[in-house]
Ligand binder design. Sequence first.
Ligand SMILES: Cc1cc2nc3c(=O)[nH]c(=O)nc-3n(C[C@H](O)[C@H](O)[C@H](O)COP(=O)(O)O)c2cc1C
Length: 184
Amino acid sequence: MDYSGSKTVIIFQSKYGSTRRYAQWLAEMTKGDVFSINDFDGVRLKHYQTVIFGSSTHMGKIKSIDFIKRYWSILQDKTVIVFATSGTPSVGSKEKEIIEKNLPHAARGRVVCFPLPGAYSYHQLDWKDKLLMNGPRWKLLFQWYFTKDPEAFKNLRNFYIPQDWTNKDALKPLLTFLNTKRKE
Ligand SMILES: Cc1cc2nc3c(=O)[nH]c(=O)nc-3n(C[C@H](O)[C@H](O)[C@H](O)COP(=O)(O)O)c2cc1C
């Protein structure tokens, strides 16, 4: 494969598909190359000027973020963007902070981070993830049982309803940043 003409690469990690969806949209919009992290050899990074890494938030961590650390010596001279999907419809500064905190030290302040609303379906989770989600589920159950707070009941009920907040519009801030960089 010849990468010499390609300037942007999107590398993603996705277990249930929402991060993959954003990566594919980005590939269409930027005319970039797109790879799952499992199929990408980091030495190929040198062929690109812009590297977009996408992953998901998992128990307050960004999955596979070590990729940035491992290849920082190649990445440090490039435009590097990280996006992370979340299990929440409205992402903001709190979610951005989580991504930034997960970055390796050398990359902090040098990588631009964009949180994106992801998708969540309890019934699709594998047994390990279901087990991990037991903590928040019990917390909601106790909250509702002891306070009879209708909000807790609503959240508990929503826990089992599949949600998909992925949408192309959420990529606008990232694309605006990318266009500014390309004009520089
Ligand atoms: C076990 C588990 C833990 C999660 N932890 C968080 C979290 O700490 N913060 C958050 O915003 N979303 C969390 N999520 C939601 C995922 O980030 C969200 O579902 C994301 O869209 C999944 O990406 P994927 O579809 O590409 O796998 C969690 C999901 C699972 C299954």
